[in-house]
Design a protein around this ligand. Structure first.
Ligand code: SAJ
Length: 436
């Protein structure tokens, strides 16, 4: 049996070990999905503390249960390491590391390149390398040329090189790693076939596309679509407000159209490690072709302005009550980047707290899901309250609903607050309730 069919057979019998590089919101659920279907999985992460915690079966990610990890460890299906030399014996490498933006909003592929370099150093004939991190079209081809082909290993013959973008919606109980269709492209047709077999072991639907560039672009279109449409409703929110129109009622009414309309909702800004970031990988790459992506840039400007709009609205409303924001007591309700999760990365709440701190008001925070406040926020806030009480609520000059976790008691807040700035459409507009 030739190498290619031997590899296909080993995938089919799950007699291969998979190394998943990056044990975050994407890598950890993926590791557990492969372990659960019978592969031997080694979860690699550079963070030693995280690896020690994972080897004790402690998740640290709100959307992944510790009991699931404990079971996989007990069944000897998975282990975790921060020593790259431990990954040498693996045959399939899947890279799920962050792709942030640099300080000039340019792609920062350092984590991806480090991972690729480490994998290439350990790569043997018939091994497989897959990148899942969101990036600009052409990245996988560049990495293959620089780190693998440069070593004399040819894709589709000696090794198999794939791009299959992650698709997770943290906090979404309806969709998980195994039932979200997976896009997949390869450097060659044989790479695609191998990739299809690997992912089809755990995912119901694997959607093959022409090549890696197509797969990379598909993922970016998904996130650009969200970024631009959220930017659209964020632009319309202040307009509707000044026209004395309830934008949430308008969107709800428009959503009754059974075709040709997808509802998006205005918010206090755009958070998370994807939507505010990924589109700018494409706008950066477009410039190399002499093209501008004006929708992406404009949506970015609008979304980035929203925290300023929220604070200016608070100042405006306090003024009508002949109060200054300075020395006022303000409560920020909800600080994660979206509701019902504990992740505060790129959260607009952080930007709003920074802006409020420059107005010399006293800032308190309430978030029943986020247990940890980074020092950068701790030093700007007076306190993080654990339980809402009537007395506590009455003591504030203004309350900002920033992240509207479902478990929050909105009736209690409404009944006991002097002033509410609602950035999520939780309330109808009222004498003490304003939209921003
Ligand atoms: N947001 C709005 N209005 C909306 C929807 C979202 O203001 O109508 C805000 C959220 O509050 C949040 C940000 O946008 O701050 C991002 O929200 P998101 O729902 O896109 O959440 P992410 O970034 O965790 O996950 C997204 C995925 N979400 C959905 O498809 C619903 C998906 O786009 C990607 O699979 C994922 O990013 C990723 O990993 O790229």
């Amino acid at each position: 049996m030739d190498n290619f069919n031997l590899l296909k057979n080993k995938i089919k019998t799950k007699s291969l070990s998979i190394c998943i590089i990056g044990q975050g919101y994407i890598g950890l659920p993926l590791s557990l999905a492969f372990a659960d279907c019978g592969f031997k999985v080694l979860g690699y992460d550079i963070n030693e503390e995280k690896v020690q915690r994972l080897n004790k079966g402690i998740s640290g990610i709100g959307t992944v249960s510790s009991s699931t990890i404990e079971k996989c460890i007990k069944d000897k299906k998975i282990s975790f390491t921060s020593r790259i030399e431990d990954t040498k014996s693996c045959e399939i490498y899947i890279i799920c590391v962050p792709t942030p933006l640099g300080k000039h909003r340019e792609p920062d592929l350092r984590a991806v390149k480090d991972a690729y370099q480490q994998v290439a150093n350990n790569l043997n004939k018939n091994d497989v390398v897959c990148l899942e991190s969101t990036t600009y079209p052409g990245t996988t081809e560049e990495l293959y040329q620089d780190y693998i082909y440069a070593k004399g290993l040819e894709a589709g013959e000696d090794v198999f090189v794939i791009f299959s973008p992650e698709r997770e919606d943290p906090g979404n109980k309806k969709f998980s790693t195994t039932n979200i269709p997976k896009i997949l492209g390869g450097v060659t047709q044989k790479c695609k076939e191998i990739g299809y077999q690997i992912y089809n072991s755990i995912i119901d639907e694997v959607v093959l596309v022409k090549d890696c560039r197509t797969a990379e672009m598909t993922k970016l279109l998904e996130n650009v679509h969200r970024c631009v449409n959220i930017g659209l409703v964020n632009e319309l929110k202040p307009l509707a407000d000044i026209m004395d129109i309830d934008i949430y009622e308008v969107i709800k009414a428009a959503a009754t159209k059974p075709f040709g309309f997808v509802p998006y909702y205005p918010g206090p800004g755009l958070g998370g490690h994807c939507i505010p970031i990924d589109p700018f990988y494409l706008s950066w790459k477009a410039k190399e072709y002499g093209m501008n992506t004006r929708f992406i840039e404009l949506a970015g400007e609008i979304n980035k302005f929203m925290p300023h709009y929220v604070v200016s609205k608070l100042i405006e409303v306090l003024n009508t009550q002949e109060k200054a924001l300075k020395n006022s007591k303000i409560l920020v309700v909800g600080i994660s980047y979206k509701k019902n999760i504990d992740d505060i990365r790129e959260s607009p709440a952080i930007e709003i707290i920074n802006l409020l701190s420059k107005q010399f008001c006293q800032i308190s925070v309430y978030d029943p899901i986020v247990n940890y406040l980074p020092n950068s926020i701790k030093k700007l806030t007076h306190q993080k309250i654990k339980v809402l009480s009537k007395e506590e609520l009455k003591s504030y000059d203004g309350i900002l609903i920033i992240t509207d976790h479902d478990q929050i008691d909105y009736d209690m807040i409404k009944t006991n607050s002097k002033l509410i700035i609602d950035t999520r459409g939780r309330y109808e507009v009222a004498t003490n309730i304003f939209r921003a």
